[in-house]
Design a protein around this ligand. Sequence first.
Ligand code: FCB
Length: 441
Amino acid sequence: MPDSISFPRNFLWGSATSSFQIEGATDEDGRSESIWDRFCKQQDAIADNSNGNVACDHYHRYKEDVQLLSSLGLQAYRFSIAWPRVIPAGTGAINQKGLDFYDRLVDELLNANISPYATLYHWDLPQILEDKNGWVNRDTAYAFADYTKAVVDRLGDRVASWATLNEPFVSASLGYKTGEHAPGRKSPTDSFAAAHHLLLAHGLAMPVIREFAPKSDAGIVLNFTPCYPATDSAEDKKAANTTDGWDNRWYVEPIAGLGYPADAVEALGWDQKEIQPDDLNIISTPIDFLGINYYTRQLQRADGKEPVKPLPQTDMGWEIYPQGIYETLTRLHNSHGFKKYFITENGAAFADNADESDFVDDQNRVDYFHDHLQQVHRAIQSGVPVNGYFAWSLFDNFEWAFGYEKRFGLVRVNYETLERVPKASALWFGEVAKSNQIPER
Ligand code: FCB
């Protein structure tokens, strides 16, 4: 083993956030209610009964935040755009004031030499569209293409890379099947429809991005969680295969032109009535890159009981399984051979202990990043064209149903003063970015 591991020249180092998790200012400059604003009002939907009204106040502090990215030495920033700011009624009139914010953010990033990586949808659907049946309604896919046009027309000349959706699996599954996320529905049938319309939205948006931002990359961000049977039993193996189908193959296979995974479709009993004749062609429009979000693995039992988790866990109860990022990258590349890949999210929540100056010496998080980056490097050595890595997340932020109780940040946010203090992991990661190598630990 060499003392340090170097990454390919031009490998891109960045950090990621999303609009609802950090912006706050939910009532400002014409933004309308999103499904997450509404969901947060439901008693106990969010562990600490919090909401996104202030979050990290990034809407007002974006200049300071860009300075922070720059002082850490990061070269790219992945953020998302809030549909309810841009088209408050979901369809129709564009709210220029909403777009102005992203215009300022993008210029600020470019002035600081940081490459803007934008995601068009990170879960904050305008509530008014949910009132019309949300992603279960096919019209939402067309509305998304119109929203895409509004955004890309304004920012397309300056944004390096566009992702249509972030983790449609989570939108469809946690939003429409388990009800853990907004809009909180619990209908498997609705979740099949939502999944299909999300993919359709992606496919309809791709040519719009190409038209209005011909020089930018266009792709999608999917989450992958390698899935293993908890025991050697045939039942557990079957359960693991079905979950792998629904969690990992359901989105990437149609995008790769293979249609939906037949084994999982059958096992889960989807009648596919939502698929119209040209849909699978639209969905398989070639992408420039695949964004991969990776956190953990999962173990499956057919009897529905909680499997024993043998590995150390993060504060989310997620097993730390670095080799899963290697398995995911090599599996995807061997199966589909996409042109390029980014790790668009990877990171860990830990119960941080801050000192009196709010500094966190999070060596556990450094270990997590270090061990996963080693595996990313290994995948590159095996021939997978991984072009960059975004740590999740730049800040501690609103972690969806967990509210502010889970901290994923490279940078600590003091929620009383909103002060930002880089953790040891931020300083370590900044050095990695600047030197383009991971030091030995
Ligand atoms: C991903 C989400 C991101 C964050 C991390 C922990 O599923 O894309 O917003 O919540 O998990």
